[in-house]
Design a protein around this ligand. Structure first.
Ligand code: FES
Ligand SMILES: [Fe+2]
Length: 332
């Protein structure tokens, strides 16, 4: 049985941003399986990273004439895995490399290891919607378990400590009403404040915000959204791709309504603010993963602020949790 949650094992995952595909191939990994991603004559392609001849990793080779060339004996493979050139003979070998289904959506190259995948990856709003300035941020892989990385993005209780002063002010908690909504296809926690944020980042980026929302969409997508009086102001959607059980490669997609400020300025500000936050989260996840490894496996207590954790666990396991809605007051 797969060590990965059912929804993840049967879903699509991004393995590269299209713009990461330069001239050379990329070595990637999805749920322990080595992959090579490259720009083939027919568009971005994903193959199992194993030459059928003597099993050299194809990602060690190079892209030639829209095909990937193995560095050992020079066999070349097209995007569909077919061998198109075997040096020294006229007819290419009949043995192809194994190609995986590929989609290009939202500037990302998606693939799946599932035997019977859905037609397309699931992309939550506002991805591919009109009227938004967007940018993609492919993040370096983090040493983290998938569930911990997703929870880290959506967790309202750690910023006071891990990101004191940047995201949340440690000594300035205020009452917030949280509505937790669980549906068959997502779970969300909506935090309603109606006060001006006091920490640095929300102050500069949002002005008056009326709500912040954390959402989980199976198979492994987290989203943090901020709403103002005129609606959505910022949505950060992160697709978490599990490379191994303790390594996650996140792809972050930022969307802001067009017209607030020039796109390049918003991107520069958002990147500048998130670089230290991301570094703090990466370091914490790495330590947490190492600390868990010392005991072999996690054993978690469910705290009162862990409002989304049970629903995330159910959805990621491919279950359909009962629809529910409840509101509680927290000091955040
Ligand atoms: S190992 Fe790839 S061509 Fe021989
Ligand atoms: Fe964080």
């Amino acid at each position: 049985m797969s060590a990965y949650p059912a929804a993840v094992a049967s879903g699509w995952a991004p393995v590269a941003a299209v713009r990461e595909l330069g001239r050379g191939p990329l070595a990637r990994r999805l749920m322990d399986t080595p992959l090579v991603v490259f720009q083939s004559a027919a568009g971005p392609a994903v193959l199992i990273d194993r030459c059928p001849h003597r099993n050299m990793a194809l990602s060690r080779g190079r892209v030639e004439a829209g095909a990937i060339e193995c560095p050992y004996h020079g066999w070349r493979f097209a995007g569909d895995g077919a061998c198109v050139l075997t040096p020294g003979v006229d007819q290419p070998a009949k043995h192809g490399a194994q190609a995986l289904p590929t989609r290009v959506r939202a500037g990302l190259v998606w693939t799946t290891l599932a035997p019977a995948p859905e037609d397309e990856p699931r992309l939550p709003f506002p991805i591919e919607a009109e009227g938004f300035d967007t940018f993609l941020w492919p993040v370096r892989p983090s040493r983290a378990r998938l569930i911990d990385a997703i929870e880290n993005l959506l967790d309202p209780a750690h910023p006071h400590f891990l990101h004191a002063g940047i995201v949340r002010a440690r000594e300035m908690r205020r009452p917030v009403d949280v509505t937790i909504r669980v549906r068959s296809t997502f779970a969300e926690a909506r935090y309603v404040e109606n006060t001006r944020a006091r920490a640095l980042m929300p102050r500069l980026l949002e002005g008056l915000r009326t709500a912040s929302i954390g959402r989980f969409f199976p198979p492994s997508t987290g989203q943090v959204a901020f709403e103002g009086p005129k609606g959505l102001r910022l949505a950060i959607t992160v697709f978490f791709t599990p490379e191994t059980e303790t390594c996650v490669r996140p792809f972050a997609h930022f969307a802001t309504p067009r017209g607030m400020a020039p796109a390049w300025l918003k991107e520069a500000l958002l990147r500048a603010f998130h670089i230290p936050v991301l570094a703090q989260d990466r370091a914490a996840l790495r330590k947490q993963t190492d600390d868990i490894a010392a005991f072999g496996a996690p054993r978690y207590a469910l705290g009162p602020l862990d409002v989304l954790y049970p629903a995330i666990n159910a959805l990621i396991a491919g279950e359909t949790p009962p629809e529910s809605e409840r509101t509680l007051r927290l000091n955040l």
